[in-house]
Design a protein. Structure first.
Lengths: 252, 252
């Protein structure tokens, strides 16, 4: 497995850079993670699916904030007008009619209490630290790196395509209504990641900037991976649920 | 187990607040974590001890930075003069003669390469996110909360007292020289935590501020706990080492 740390050492053509970015996804995106495989294999308990939905909510909830941070740092009105759509997608017309609301619906359809999910109080600390790292990254790193960290969306149609049919087939309490969040995501993600990829390929015009955007995508893959690691450790085996966090029904 | 979230609802006396803070430590400090128990029980492999030293280095390395952030936010020169000692302790006279250097010595004594440790490149992403959360907390939260987050030091003489004799007794490659870092820590930690506790007890003068300092200490305990969770998940069982991170010798 490559670690991609010298991938741009000698400078890359635009096509080569795109190839490397897609290789990062092929090797490091979280559709390679055991928790995802257990999910699509029908092997997660209901408590594990609930824990996934509850923790992932924290990630969903921060997306419009990290996008607003990118917006705040972008000087080009045309860029902002395009990037703004992401915020609209997640917040919807009134804050609770977009992607966040649909994720909340997923969580409550799995039997979780809406207020408990929204409060984020029962999420794993490791989830909160990862989500905080994403917001910090988009706040503190160059705009180009922040844009590049969104490129995991290039691969999200793949994971959604694996996840949705498998969940419908293998968990009798999961319905199309439960998973309504995912209906619009592939189209939105394709539009958004296409724009972001074109931006990155255009602006990563030195070997150093190319390496920075590769590193940004690796960082983001590591982040999604770490979120599933934390779920697997806490809920995949007995007795590792950290103090003060979500305990599925029937788990002491 | 209490979650301490309403502990100060009706306001606490100074003595009661101190009692609650010490209860947080008794219930949530990482001397309760299985990885620590495995360490003191002699059950960690050398690779697991190396992984602990390598990851914990990232935490050690950020301490003077988070303390500098606290210093930067403190308006009282007398407070700053006291708090500054923490930075001196960790950086030493020339940057590499204090606690960080002694931790690096611990890591290299366990067979790790100094440059690899210092680069932090092989640390678990979860470690980096936790450490980043600590720096963010001390940057963004009220000064009082940042000070309170240091109060885990109240309990560090306990964990050091458990760790050092057990490590010397149970790992034949661990010597007093390896563990030189810990020689001065109990005294420094007692001085520092005494000052911080007095500050917190004096300034947490509303129920809301009392709850905030309790929450800050819980946050910090969660952070130390999450760091050991990540180690346990990655190195305690086979096959969970995240991509691109430290692999002990002989581990595929």
């Amino acid at each position: 497995m490559s670690d991609f740390r010298d991938a741009a050492r000698n400078g890359l053509s635009t096509a080569e850079l795109e190839t490397v970015l897609r290789e990062v996804g092929a090797e490091r995106y979280h559709n390679r993670h055991p928790y995802h495989h257990r999910m699509t294999g029908g092997d997660l308990s209901k408590g594990e699916l609930q824990a996934w939905a509850l923790n992932r909510y924290c990630y969903q909830a921060v997306i419009p904030r990290k996008d607003a941070m990118i917006l705040a740092r972008a000087e080009d009105p045309a860029f902002r007008a395009q990037w703004r759509k992401r915020i609209e997608d997640h917040d919807g017309e009134d804050g609770w009619s977009g992607g966040i609301a649909r994720w909340l619906h997923l969580a409550t359809s799995l039997g979780l209490d809406a207020e408990a999910v929204k409060s984020e109080r029962l999420a794993l600390p490791a989830t909160r630290f990862a989500v905080g790292a994403y917001l910090s990254f988009c706040t503190n790193r160059p705009l180009l790196d922040a844009v590049a960290s969104s490129l995991t969306e290039l691969f999200s149609p793949i994971i959604i395509g694996e996840r949705v049919p498998a969940m419908l087939a293998r968990y009798d309490y999961v319905t199309e209504d439960t998973l309504a969040y995912f209906t619009r995501r592939p189209e939105q993600a394709s539009r958004d990641s296409g724009f972001a990829l074109a931006y990155v390929l255009k602006h990563a015009d030195t070997a150093e900037r190319q390496q920075a955007v590769i590193d940004a995508l690796v960082f983001k893959c590591d982040l999604l991976w770490a979120m599933l690691d934390a779920l697997q450790h806490a809920y995949g085996e007995a007795g590792n649920i950290p103090p003060g966090t979500f305990r599925p029904e029937g788990v002491r």
